[in-house]
Design a binder for this molecule. Sequence first.
Ligand code: ZN
Length: 89
Amino acid sequence: MTPPETCPHCGADVPPAARACPECGADERTGWSEAARADGLDLPDDAFDYEDFVRREFGGRRAVPRGLHWFWWVAALAALAAFLAHWVW
Ligand SMILES: [Zn+2]
C-alpha cells in the first residue's frame, strides 16, 4: 500500500516513502486507504459528485420527473392487461 501523493485529510504533500502524513499524521489505518486506491485510478482531486453530475447533465431536472411516475404505472398495467388478455382469449 503506497500513500497518496497528497494527504486527503489536510492536503499536504506526502513523501512517497512516508507511512503517515507528516502534517496531520493520517495513515492507511486512520483513513487514507480509500483515497489511495482512488488516487491509483488517476481521478481528479475532488471526489466525483453524482448529484452535481446529474444536475449539470440534465439542467437540474431528474431523468424521470416525480410527477410522471403514475404514467409508467398505467403503461405497465396496460401492458400487463394486454398480455393477460392474449392468454385468456
Ligand atoms: Zn494530512
